[in-house]
Design a protein around this ligand. Structure first.
Ligand code: NAG
Ligand code: NAG
Ligand code: NAG
Ligand code: NAG
Length: 353
C-alpha cells in the first residue's frame, strides 16, 4: 500500500521534472514602471499570424495579436492596451509601464500553433535606497554595529572596495560590526539588490561613527551644564515648595506628599472630635449642655451614652465624682455647681430608669 503510493509519487515527480525540463521556459524580469522585451526569434517569412498570451494559472489573457490578413495589431485587454507592441518580423513583444500584474507565463502562437518556448515574466518593484542604521556596541566603545534592513540581497563594502560579510539582523536585514581604523575618512556602504535593480546607501564615515576625545569633553561639559540646570531647577522647585508651604496650600500632585496631606486631613478631622470628647468628659458645664440637648437625639444620644457609660459615673457615689473632678482640674473646685448638677442629673437619670 505505502510503497505503491510512494512509487507513484516518485514517478509523478519524475515526469513533472522531465516535463518541466523539456519545456523551454525562459525567466524574464521586469521592473515596475519600466519596460521589458522578450521572445525575439527567427520567424519564417510565411508567418501569417502571431498571438501572445499571458497565463496565470487557469486564466489566459490575450496580450497582443497580429494578423497578416487585416495587417492589424491589436491589444484589446486593458492590462496591455496602449503599452504593448509587437515586432512582426521577429515576434518580439515589448511591454512598457510595467506593473506586477504583468507577471506570469507568456506563450506565443505562430500560425495558430503554440510554440514550445515560453517566457516566465516576473515584474518586481525597484529596491529602495538603503539607509545605514548605527547602533552602539555597549561592550566595546571602539566598535559599532551597522544595520541595513531589507529582505533580499545585501552587499556590504568598505572604502577600499572590499566586500564585508554581514550577519542576519532581526527581523530582517543584515548587520556588520566595524572597528575603529584610526582613519576618519574610512567609510562603509550597503547595497540592496534584486533581479531588476540595485541601490547603494550614502557612505557612513568613520568620523561619524566614533566620537573623538574633544567631542567627548564637549559632551561631558554639556552634561555638566545640564546638571547645573537641573540643580537650578531643583532650587526653583524648592523655592516654590517653600512658598506653597507658606501659603499653607495642601495641594500637591505627587504621591509622597499626598500621603502626608491625607494624614493631615485625618488629623484635622480627628482633632475636633478628640477635643470634644475631652471637653465632654472633663468639663462638667459643657457636659451638661451637650448632654441635656442631645441625650434624646437618636444617634448622638447613643454616642454620648457610650462616652458616659464606660465610667458608669451615674452609679458612682457622689464623693468619688467630686474627687475625680477636683483631681482633674488640679485644684479645688472653683464652684461646686457643676458637680452638684452632675449629681442631680444622675439622680434624675436614675429616677427615670
Ligand atoms: C524588429 O526587429 C528587427 C530586428 O531586431 C529590427 O530591425 C526592426 O526594426 C524591428 N521592427 C520594429 C517595428 O521594431
Ligand atoms: C506610461 O508612463 C509614462 C511615464 O512613465 C506616461 O507618460 C504614460 O502616460 C504612461 N502610459 C500609459 C498608457 O499608462
Ligand atoms: C576592507 O575590506 C577588505 C575585504 O573584506 C578587507 O580585506 C579589508 O581589511 C577591509 N579594510 C578594513 C580597514 O576593514
Ligand atoms: C518640590 O516639590 C516637587 C513636587 O511637588 C518635588 O518633586 C521636589 O523634589 C520638591 N523639591 C524640594 C527641594 O523639596
Amino acid at each position: 500500500m505505502y510503497p505503491l503510493k510512494y512509487s507513484t509519487t516518485v514517478i509523478c515527480a519524475l515526469f513533472i521534472t522531465i516535463g518541466a525540463a523539456s519545456v523551454e521556459e525562459e525567466k524574464v524580469y521586469g521592473e515596475v514602471g519600466r519596460s521589458v522585451s522578450f521572445g525575439a526569434t527567427r520567424i519564417d517569412p510565411l508567418v501569417s499570424s502571431i498571438i501572445w498570451k499571458q497565463r496565470n494559472g487557469a486564466s489566459v489573457v490575450k496580450a497582443i495579436e497580429w494578423d497578416e490578413v487585416d495587417d492589424g495589431v491589436s491589444a484589446p485587454n486593458l492590462r496591455f492596451r496602449d503599452i504593448t507592441t509587437l515586432n512582426e518580423t521577429t515576434g518580439e513583444i515589448t511591454i512598457t509601464n510595467l506593473t506586477v500584474e504583468h507577471s506570469g507565463l507568456y506563450t506565443i502562437d505562430i500560425n495558430s500553433k503554440e510554440q514550445e518556448q515560453k517566457f516566465m515574466l516576473e515584474v518586481l518593484p525597484p529596491v529602495p535606497k538603503p539607509v545605514i542604521k548605527i547602533e552602539k556596541n555597549e561592550v566595546n566603545p571602539d566598535a559599532v554595529y551597522l544595520i541595513c534592513e531589507y529582505s533580499e540581497t545585501i552587499i556590504w563594502k568598505n572604502s577600499t572596495g572590499g566586500t564585508l560579510q554581514g550577519s542576519p539582523h532581526y527581523p530582517n536585514g543584515e548587520l556588520i560590526t566595524v572597528e575603529k581604523q584610526g582613519n576618519p575618512d574610512f567609510f562603509y556602504t550597503c547595497t540592496l539588490e534584486n533581479a531588476v535593480s540595485e541601490r547603494t546607501s550614502d557612505p557612513v564615515y568613520e568620523r561619524d561613527l566614533f566620537e573623538d576625545k574633544d567631542e567627548d569633553k564637549q559632551l561631558e561639559e554639556g552634561e555638566a551644564k545640564q546638571n547645573d540646570e537641573d540643580k537650578q531647577l531643583e532650587e526653583g522647585e524648592a523655592k516654590q515648595n517653600d512658598t506653597q508651604l507658606e501659603k499653607g496650600a495642601a495641594k500637591r500632585n505627587d504621591g509622597g506628599s499626598l500621603w502626608i496631606v491625607s494624614v493631615k486631613i485625618l488629623i484635622l478631622i480627628l482633632a475636633p472630635i478628640i477635643v470634644f470628647v475631652i471637653m465632654y468628659k472633663f468639663w462638667p458645664t459643657f457636659h451638661k449642655i451637650v448632654h441635656d440637648n442631645f441625650k434624646d437625639t437618636p444617634c448622638i444620644g447613643a454616642i454620648l451614652k457610650r462616652l458616659d457609660g464606660k465610667n458608669k459615673d451615674y452609679s458612682l457615689p457622689p464623693h468619688l465624682v467630686i474627687t475625680a473632678e477636683t483631681n482633674m482640674n488640679g485644684d479645688t473646685q472653683p464652684d461646686g455647681e457643676p458637680n452638684v448638677q452632675h449629681l442631680k442629673e444622675d439622680g434624675e437619670d436614675e429616677t427615670e430608669k
